[in-house]
Ligand binder design. Structure first.
Ligand code: FNR
Length: 346
C-alpha cells in the first residue's frame, strides 16, 4: 500500500526532470509573465519571492470575474494571484527563516500551487536582514528544519534555490544535507553570495553538484553568457551536466526565449504581455515595470518615454494601440460583475 501511495504521488506530482523553467523574479514573476512564459513553452513557472510574514496577513479570495484566486493583504493589495491555467505548473517561492511560519504559509497555499520553493539565494538586504534568502546558506540546521518540516507536512513537492558556497567541498556538503530532507529538486544559481550577475557563472560547480546528488538539479545563472534563445539552453545544460534549466534575465528581457521555434520580435511579446495584464487586471505599475525591463535598451525612444510616463493600464494600451482590446475586455468584466451582483454573488 505504501509503495502504491509513493508511486501515485510520483505520478501526479510535478517532475523536475528535463524541464525549462521561469526563474523566480521579484516584480517580474507575477501572473501575466508566468502565463506568457507557459504559452511560449516554459514547463514550470516560479512566482516572485513572497515573504512568509506578508502572506500570513493575507486572506484567500476567489475572484469570479477574473477567474483567479487572490491572496489579498489587509490594505486590499493582491500579494499573490493565480489561476487554473498555471495550476499544475506554478511553484510558489517563499522567503522565510522560520519553519513554523513557512509551514503555515505552505498550508495556506498548498491546494492552489503545484510546488513550493524556499529562497536560499537572494543576497539583497531586504531578504537577508530577516535571516531569509542567502542568509540561510550559513545556517544548515535551519535549512534542514524548514525543508524537512515542509516535506513531512505538505502534499506538494518542495524545492529550494541556492547559491554556491565559497568552496566546492562546503557546497557539496550542503546539497547532500539538503537532499536528505526529501526535497524534490534543488535549483542552483552558480554564483557565490557576493558575486554579481555580470560575473561568470560557475558551470563546473553546478556540474559537480549534479554528480553528487541523485535528485534533479536545476541549473541557473546562464542568461548573460549562454542563453539568448531556446537553442542555447541545450548548451548550458551540457556544460552544467543537468537536464533542467531555470532562466531569469533572458526571460525578463524576452519571455519568448522559451519558444523552441525561436524568439519573437519584442513588439509582439509586449503586446501579448499587455493582453494578459488587461485580462488579469494587473496593477499598471507592475505592468510598466515589466515592459520597461523588456525595452531596456530603448527606453529613451519616444515609445519608451511615453511608456515611462503612463499612469494607468488604459494609457499603456493607448501607447501600444490596444485600446479597442482594453475596452472589450473591460466591458466583458463589467458585464460579468453586473451578472454576479444580480445573482447576489459579489
Ligand atoms: C532575481 N532573482 C531572484 N531569485 C530568487 O530566488 N528569488 C527572487 O525573487 C529573485 N528576484 C529576482 C529579480 C530580478 C529582477 C532578477 C534579475 C533576478 C535571481 C534569479 O532568479 C536568478 O537566480 C539570477 O538572475 C541568475 O539567473 P539568470 O538571470 O542568469 O538566468
Amino acid at each position: 500500500y505504501l509503495l502504491l501511495c509513493f508511486l501515485f504521488r510520483k505520478m501526479v506530482h510535478l517532475s523536475f526532470q528535463k524541464k525549462t523553467i521561469l526563474a523566480p523574479m521579484v516584480r517580474v514573476g507575477t501572473l501575466p509573465m508566468r502565463l506568457l512564459a507557459l504559452d511560449y513553452g516554459a514547463d514550470i513557472v516560479y512566482t516572485e519571492e513572497l515573504v512568509d510574514k506578508k502572506m500570513l496577513q493575507c486572506k484567500r479570495v476567489v475572484n469570479d470575474i477574473l477567474h483567479t484566486v487572490d491572496f489579498v493583504s489587509p490594505t486590499e493589495r493582491i500579494i499573490f494571484q493565480t489561476c487554473e491555467r498555471e495550476h499544475h505548473h506554478v511553484v510558489f517561492q517563499m522567503g522565510t527563516s522560520d519553519a513554523e511560519r513557512a509551514l503555515a504559509v505552505a498550508k495556506q497555499i498548498e491546494n492552489d500551487v503545484a510546488g513550493i520553493d524556499i529562497n536560499m539565494g537572494c543576497p539583497k538586504e531586504y531578504s537577508t536582514k530577516g535571516g531569509m534568502g542567502a542568509a540561510l546558506l550559513s545556517c544548515p540546521e535551519k535549512i534542514e528544519t524548514i525543508l524537512s518540516t515542509l516535506v513531512r507536512a505538505i502534499s506538494k513537492p518542495i524545492t529550494c534555490k541556492i547559491r554556491i558556497l565559497p568552496t566546492l567541498e562546503e557546497t557539496i556538503n550542503l546539497v547532500k544535507r539538503i537532499e536528505k530532507t526529501g526535497v524534490a529538486a534543488i535549483a542552483v544559481h552558480g554564483r557565490k553570495k557576493e558575486e554579481r550577475p555580470q560575473h561568470p557563472v560557475h558551470c563546473d560547480v553546478i556540474k559537480a553538484i549534479a554528480q553528487a546528488v541523485s535528485i534533479p538539479v536545476i541549473s541557473n545563472g546562464g542568461s548573460q553568457e549562454f542563453i539568448r534563445e531556446f537553442q542555447d539552453i541545450h548548451e548550458f545544460c551540457n556544460v552544467t551536466g543537468t537536464s533542467s534549466v531555470m532562466i531569469a534575465r533572458a526571460a525578463m528581457w524576452n519571455p519568448s526565449v522559451f519558444r523552441s521555434t525561436g524568439v519573437l520580435p519584442l513588439e509582439n511579446v509586449m503586446r501579448d504581455y499587455i493582453a494578459y495584464a488587461v485580462r488579469y487586471d494587473n496593477h499598471y505599475t507592475n505592468t510598466k515595470y515589466c515592459l520597461c525591463q523588456m525595452m531596456r535598451d530603448h527606453l529613451e525612444s519616444s515609445l519608451g518615454k511615453r511608456l515611462q510616463a503612463a499612469q494607468s493600464t488604459q494609457e499603456i494600451c493607448e501607447i501600444f494601440e490596444m485600446i479597442a482590446f482594453f475596452k472589450k475586455i473591460r466591458n466583458e468584466q463589467e458585464t460579468k460583475k453586473a451578472e454576479l451582483e444580480c445573482a447576489g454573488l459579489v
